[in-house]
Design a protein around this ligand. Structure first.
Ligand code: HEM
Length: 165
């Protein structure tokens, strides 16, 4: 499955059981406007990012919290960990309206994801259809809710939902 195939169920998992995100999208359709930024969508992408991390080789000595990582070191950048960093985000594991916050779900810097605008657009299309067709989405209890192992995509292995009209 592609990164996108992992991302969409992951984002939908943030809308279940009358979540705050679901209620905000219902009450404020401007959050799904194709032309503008959306703090609800961005917060869902922060919380539900699926790329756990990627490897890099340092090109210079880097000092991080008192530790020097020498040039030429192999390091792994844990994007999801950064997205849940409590030094950066209050109540980091919770959905909050934060304005457009800087997150790492599409990486960072020169090599950040070139498909991210397309992904935001598709998420808005998908969620727009869901909020316009259904009154709420209910999670199905008892299903296998394992999320990705370390090194794979962080996404629900299955996501069974009941959509109420
Ligand atoms: C939900 C779907 C997607 C997610 C979560 C995602 C995430 C990412 C991440 C985390 C990176 C690494 C950035 C870094 O190294 O700092 C990346 C790179 C990249 N993505 Fe995506 N991506 C998605 C969809 C797409 C799509 C649809 C396209 C193309 C249309 C795309 C094209 C690329 C390319 C070409 C790079 C490499 C950029 C570079 O090395 O300069 N991605 N993506």
């Amino acid at each position: 499955m592609s990164t996108q195939g992992h991302m969409y169920p992951s984002v939908v998992s943030g809308l279940l059981d009358r979540s705050t995100a679901w209620q905000m999208l219902k009450s404020d359709p401007s959050q799904l406007d194709f032309n503008g930024p959306s703090d609800v969508i961005e917060e869902l992408i922060r919380l539900k990012g699926v790329v756990q991390g990627l490897p890099r080789v340092t090109t210079a000595d880097v000092e991080l919290r008192g530790v020097t990582i020498p040039a030429g070191s192999s390091v792994n950048l844990w994007y999801l960990s950064g997205n849940h960093d409590s030094d950066r985000f209050d109540d980091a594991d919770e959905f909050r309206v934060r304005g457009i916050s800087r997150h790492l779900s599409f990486g960072f810097g020169t090599h950040s994801c070139i498909g991210q605008s397309l992904v935001r657009l598709v998420i808005k299309c998908l969620l727009g259809q869901l909020v316009s067709r259904f009154s709420w989405l209910e999670s199905v209890p008892g299903q296998d809710t394992n999320w990705g192992e370390l090194g794979s995509y962080y996404t629900p292995s299955t996501l069974l939902i009941v959509a109420h009209v």
